[in-house]
Write a protein that binds this ligand. Sequence first.
Ligand SMILES: Cc1cc2nc3c(=O)[nH]c(=O)nc-3n(C[C@H](O)[C@H](O)[C@H](O)COP(=O)(O)O)c2cc1C
Length: 253
Amino acid sequence: MTVRYPLTSIEDLRLVAKQRLPKLFYDFVDSGSWTQSTYRANEQDFERILLRQRVGRDVRERLLQTHLLGQKASMPIVIAPTGGAGFLYPDAEIAAARAAASAGISYGLSVGSSCSLEAVRAASNADIWFQVSLFKDRLFLKRLIERARNAECGALILTLDYHVVGQRHCDLKNGVGFPPRITPRLLADVATHPRWILRMARARHRGFGNVIGHVEGVTDIKSFGRWQASQPFDLNLDWEALRVIRDAWLASC
Ligand SMILES: Cc1cc2nc3c(=O)[nH]c(=O)nc-3n(C[C@H](O)[C@H](O)[C@H](O)COP(=O)(O)O)c2cc1C
């Protein structure tokens, strides 16, 4: 389906992404795990949320502003953390943080971002909510939390549903991995998206800036892949673990 400009909806953006991105990356974003039932349910749940319509009122000034975790927000929206965004768009997290700041909303920065949290902070004055998982390497986790504090992040997001990852059929078929499985199909996929190649050549931040160089032995994308495959998450994510993270966050105030 061809996109007609100007872009006016999320659906338009989806179509543009489908055109511009190699299939491997498009599928990574636009798919869920196993039967994808949770993905579908998420969308359906949002469809059920309606705005309450009020008529017969003075509508010269219409404000959506509110407070979220003590922070003023121009509308009740936060950008959710998305790892790997830097493979889709150069220095994506910096661009997204700047967009959030100019829209007056907070930005959720994934621990799996390409740009490090220090780089995002240096490039934008966004209210950053930094996302972590419960890593087995507690020293790394503690340092991450300290780094988030030093970068003046406004909140910490603890992701609870990623410690055991569901199988993502598309990613398996497309050879997604670190590094990716290079096949003739993958090469053809990338080669047929020259605009993406040219755009990505501008990226200043590649890899995973919050992890590479911060975990012992993780120095490049290959060792990052080994680290990820080694199950770096602590599967015993109970309330006690939550307390440890909360204490580390409060202690670094
Ligand atoms: C491509 C992609 C990458 C994501 N990466 C992360 C991540 O690194 N950390 C995280 O906590 N959640 C991650 N998520 C989950 C989102 O933050 C969000 O919780 C999820 O997409 C549900 O919200 P939605 O229905 O608005 O998409 C990711 C989601 C997508 C689609």
